[in-house]
Design a protein around this ligand. Structure first.
Ligand SMILES: O=C(O)CCC(=O)C(=O)O
Ligand SMILES: [Fe+2]
Length: 203
């Protein structure tokens, strides 16, 4: 499609055809902010190797993760429990900006560090019981551009887009009930990507 404004995205247009809402805002941070947050988060976040229990075996992933929030939430993910750390000033600034842009509120953030295209995230939905039902999840990307896909659980229909550095994506309404999402691995990307998913937990 030909567009006069190829860098602008209609953040009111739902990318999903049914059963949920996904809005892509494109780049919402300036190039300077994007560079600043990328290196700040890369260097200062308390990154941990993710651990998952898969068929009873403890697996350590190459991708690194961190969890920050308002309170010391205990968060169970892949059957491992983690306690949220207190916000850094930069994470709070990002959270405020995203809350203003989306008119949503978030109380925690799961961060992912993908060192290169070999690392990704398999099909899943973010629908743990502790998450607010049908609450919005805001996904912010800094660093390498990566493809991101949704797959409808019943029909198998797939919707894909590219997540740019400095961009914001929102998943809300029944999205997590009806759609899986993933970050496919790729042989073509050699640079790291930092991803932040702001979420709302109920205690
Ligand atoms: O890295 C991404 O863009 C997605 C991460 C994700 O789906 C998650 O943390 O649940
Ligand atoms: Fe997810």
């Amino acid at each position: 499609m030909l567009s006069l404004f190829p860098d602008e995205f209609d953040s009111t247009k739902n990318l999903l055809p049914f059963d949920g809402t996904v809005l892509y805002f494109g780049k919402v941070f300036s190039n300077e902010e994007t560079e600043f947050y990328y290196s700040n988060l890369f260097n200062n976040i308390d990154w941990q190797n993710d651990e998952a229990l898969i068929y009873g075996k403890l697996i350590t992933t190459k991708r690194k993760v961190a969890w920050y929030g308002d309170g010391d939430y205990a968060y169970t993910y892949s059957k491992r429990t983690k306690i949220a750390k207190s916000w850094t000033p930069e994470l709070l600034d990002i959270k405020k900006k995203i809350e203003n842009l989306t008119s949503e509120n978030f109380n925690s953030c799961l961060l992912n560090l993908y060192h290169d295209g070999n690392e990704g995230m398999a099909w899943h939905s973010d629908s743990e019981k502790a998450l607010k039902k049908n609450g919005a999840i805001a996904s912010i990307s800094f660093g390498a551009e990566r493809k991101f896909s949704f797959k409808h659980k019943a029909s198998g229909e797939v919707v894909s887009l590219t997540l740019e550095s400095g961009s914001l994506l929102i998943m809300k309404d029944e999205t997590q009930q009806h759609w899986l999402h993933r970050l496919p691995p790729t042989k073509k990307i050699f640079a790291p990507r930092v991803n932040l998913t702001f979420r709302s937990y109920v205690s």
